[in-house]
Design a protein around this ligand. Sequence first.
Ligand code: SF4
Length: 294
Amino acid sequence: MEGFPLCGASFAKPSHSASFPAAGNLASNATMRSRSKRNTPSSRDQNTTTRSRVREQRQSKKTRSQRSRTGATLPCNETFPIDTVMERLRAAAPTWNAPVVTLMAKQNRSPFHVLLGCLLSLRTKDETTAQAVERLFALGETPETLARVPLKTLEKAIYPVGFYRTKARRIREICRLLLERHGGQVPSQLEALLELPGVGRKTANLVVAKGFGLPAICVDTHVHRITNRWGYLCTRTPVETEFALRKCLPEEYWIEINDLLVAFGQTICKPISPRCSACPVHEFCARRGVHRSR
Ligand code: SF4
């Protein structure tokens, strides 16, 4: 991740200093344990207390790492004016290029189209994806029809998208699983989508949000980078960003934030040298991790 942010003091980051002993303290605890065989009753009491304290500290560490994985305690800046920022971005968005998968969803495509469109778009340029999607769905519009298409024909239809051979195999496998497990329909539950081959959280969330119009937050590299640059979040990975946004972002923005920030990230807040002088939310942005801009 380019120029990744150093989180500011405004974040309510949990302090670990109170729950974790310094290395020196642990060493002295070990020394105390080695002496315990020849201890007096009072020092045994002291050792029991020390052991229970170490147990508590280990439990605290375990609980903290469990929280970190689920994102339940990830920090976000609650003073960030997200309503104003979203409003400004909405107003400016018509002048930007919309991402291809959103375009497909806006054209009343089915969840199946959104699912395969997103699968094809991974590591592929938007224009290439759009053409490959057209050729693919000319072969069949449903899991039943596409499942009958020979693998070589699928490969030829989606070429030159990135990893086209792997993606062709996945398309066949996804069609087969949809027929076997879901009666030929795309499921609307995140968990069921994540069980399909090649479907990660980004794709699954996009299908839920764009295919079904249900609340879900699709976090890609743009959403992750920009929310951290703003100083709204302080997260290390897109998955952490998703869970932090689930906690902080008002639900009314869940579906549209991906559209807005992908287009914004492709045109204004680019990964390298963002166009800050043309940015509609410049005054609210902490520009964390931005070392060069235009
Ligand atoms: S001010 Fe610069 S870094 Fe911040 S959102 Fe705008 S373009 Fe991105």
